[in-house]
Structure formats: structure tokens, C-alpha cells
Design a protein around this ligand. Structure first.
Ligand SMILES: C[S@@+](CC[C@H](N)C(=O)[O-])C[C@H]1O[C@@H](n2cnc3c(N)ncnc32)[C@H](O)[C@@H]1O
Length: 241
């Protein structure tokens, strides 16, 4: 629920408009700069009208037109944004689209993007990634990251995981053929479901030791927490067929 129900930046969609999204939308109270970033910078960085609440007619959103000549990479569920900001700094030729429905995290990431002078190379979709994939007229993403997705540990909740056809099929449609999906998780049963479901959605697993990160790996906030708590990271890469 919102911290300040009168603030429109905190309540963009009604419960009835939220389609099968089970994660947190709001957390603790936002600081003034965070509120300002959500009110001023987020509308500039939202890739057109991209969500059910501001694109009720589901008009197509052409991301390639936003970044002519640049490969576009995707991060789903970017949390505080450390990883995608690192990607942008380490790869000055790429543009990055981040999807994250938890507004406190969006505000944290916006601060990093602004402080890093990276505004021109980012678009932020502050909502369920599927809503963006479904309005993209053509595959755009040349690379994708799904890092420590919500584990949903109870077996009756496994169908809520991102690695289900409801999410993977639209993701496949948004990625260019040959693009690589990078998945990291600390949950062994999430590894099992990833190895089952991602190939079924039209991806081929790339060789690599499951406990060795890929080149260029930058640890995330959630991974650091997992390591502190004694859980072991797993890294998997899949080529979009
Ligand atoms: C466990 S956190 C990990 C955050 C970050 N990747 C890290 O490693 O620190 C998972 C994040 O995925 C986001 N998320 C869950 N479902 C999503 C969806 N359908 N689209 C985009 N983000 C989603 C959640 O809001 C949450 O911030």
C-alpha cells in the first residue's frame, strides 16, 4: 500500500489493473529527492506510454527509435539498479532498459542514473516487464539479465516465478535471435525450474560452470545478502533461438 495515498507517483495503478503481479509495489517512505525523481525524471525516462495504467489502448512502443545505432540491453527486476548502472558505465555504446515495479527501488536507481550522467542511455519501465514486452512491435533486446528474481519458495507459488511461460514467451518475443539471457539465482529449486522452462520457451543453454559467473559479472545487492546468509550463487546463460 502507498505511504502517501494522495501522491499520484505512489499509486499509478489500481489493484484491479494489476494483472497477476504479486511482488511489492511500495516500501518505506520516500525521501524528498526520491519523490522528485519519480515525479520529474521517471516520466522522461519511461519508454513512451508503456504500462496498462498509462497505455490503456496498448499502443506499440518502438524502443529502437529511441536509441538509433545502439544495442539495447534489458534488465528485469533491477532492484536498487547497481548492476544496470555498472553495465552502462562499463559499456558506453549500449543503451539499457530496466523494468522494476517496486517504486522505492526505481527511485534509488534513478538517483544513480542521474548522478552517473547516464540519463541519455536509459529507459525505465516502472512496472511488470511483461507489460512492456507485449507492446513492443519487434524484438529489440540484444542481451537480457534476470538477476536473483523473486524466489517464491513455497511450491504452491512456483507458478508466480518469472521463469514461467507467462513471462518467458513474451521475453523471447522481445529479444533478438541470438541474444543471450543471463540468469543468476541462489535458490536450487529456481535453478531446476530455469533449466526446465527457459529451453522450453525457445532458448538454448550455453555451456559454462554453473557456479562461475560470466565475464563482466558485477555482484548485486541481493547476491551479497545471499552470500552473507550462506547461500551459493548459480549462473546460467541461454541463447535466444
Ligand atoms: C529479489 S529482488 C532482486 C533485485 C536485484 N536484481 C538484485 O539482485 O539485487 C527481485 C526484483 O524483481 C522485481 N520483479 C519481480 N517481478 C517482476 C516483473 N514481472 N517485472 C519486473 N521486475 C520484477 C521485484 O520487484 C524485485 O525488486
Amino acid at each position: 500500500m502507498t505511504d502517501d495515498p494522495a501522491d499520484p507517483t505512489l499509486d499509478p495503478a489500481s489493484e484491479t489493473e494489476r494483472r497477476n503481479f504479486y511482488g511489492r509495489i511500495h516500501g518505506k517512505t520516500l525521501r524528498p529527492r526520491q519523490k522528485q525523481l519519480l515525479a520529474d525524471l521517471l516520466p522522461r525516462l519511461s519508454p513512451g506510454a508503456v504500462s496498462v495504467f498509462d497505455n490503456p489502448d496498448r499502443m506499440p512502443v518502438d524502443l529502437t527509435a529511441l536509441f538509433p545505432g545502439r544495442p539495447v540491453w534489458l534488465e528485469v527486476g533491477f532492484g536498487g539498479g547497481e548492476h544496470m548502472v555498472h553495465l552502462a558505465q562499463a559499456n558506453p555504446d549500449v543503451a539499457i532498459v530496466g523494468c522494476e515495479p517496486f517504486l522505492n527501488a526505481v527511485a534509488m536507481a534513478l538517483a544513480k542514473i542521474e548522478d552517473g550522467g547516464l540519463i541519455d542511455r536509459f529507459r525505465i519501465h516502472p512496472w511488470d516487464a511483461r507489460e512492456l514486452f507485449e507492446v513492443m512491435p519487434a524484438p529489440v533486446f540484444a542481451r537480457a539479465y534476470l538477476l536473483y528474481p523473486d524466489p517464491w519458495p513455497k511450491s504452491r507459488h512456483h507458478r508466480r516465478r518469472f521463469v514461467t511461460p507467462e513471462h518467458l514467451v513474451p521475453l523471447h518475443g522481445a529479444m533478438q535471435p541470438g541474444a543471450v539471457l543471463h540468469v543468476a539465482t541462489d535458490i536450487p529449486d529456481y535453478v531446476r525450474q530455469t533449466l526446465d522452462e527457459v529451453p522450453r520457451a525457445g532458448f538454448t543453454r550455453l555451456a559454462g560452470d554453473i557456479h562461475t559467473p560470466w565475464d563482466g559479472w558485477h555482484s548485486t545487492r541481493y547476491e551479497k545478502k545471499a552470500l552473507r546468509e550462506g547461500r551459493r550463487p548459480h549462473y546460467m546463460r541461454f541463447r535466444r533461438d
